[in-house]
Design a protein around this ligand. Sequence first.
Ligand SMILES: [Mg+2]
Ligand SMILES: [Zn+2]
Length: 232
Amino acid sequence: MRSGTTGCVTPDTTETPRPGRRAAVPARPEAVLFDRDGTLCRDVPYNGDPRRVVLMPAAAAALRQLRRDGIPTAVVSNQSGIGRGLLTWKAVHAVNARLAAMLGGPVAFHVCPHVPADECDCRKPAPGLLLTACRTLGVRPQRMVMIGDIGADMAAAAAVGARGVLVPTPATRPEEIAAAPEVAPDLLAALAHVFSASPADPDLHRAASPAAQMISSIASTGRRAAAPLGLA
Ligand SMILES: [Mg+2]
Ligand SMILES: [Zn+2]
């Protein structure tokens, strides 16, 4: 398994900026929030078995880097399996503990146990989990980055005024990649991007891994259709 590809991140200067995109360089983040399933570990639906936790590429390296740099982190995770009766809190805690151990240190988890029909204010794309994480960390949402693998993570980030970076998997919908404010091929590339001081194009398109090529091709073909998502 790859350990990360930060060295190959190059902004695609041939890309036309999307409508509604701010040109200003975002402030350096003070905290990083992560989605869990499909972002830090493989998405195993309703997984309550710690033995089935498999890290995503670069997850351990990303967390190691953030700890080294003193950047606080938290995980914000929808676990509707609890509300559906398919998972117990105990099982979710066991999976989280296993994930934290594999990531090499303590990790703060904020979990929504609800199903969509509950219409709670914590299930992403609602902002509740992110706001709780912000309060716990003592960081303003505007100074946070949310990294996730689907559109709901980006929508939750937008809802609280945080910066959102999508790290897609093959399961991520093309339209969600096209609509994402920023896209990176893996977690280390996402961190390199958001902690970079250089005023780079917010889009990351590079040509190293097959996944990166997939992202690049999907994002560029989906770009025109995404135009209405710009701020009107
Ligand atoms: Mg996910
Ligand atoms: Zn909830």
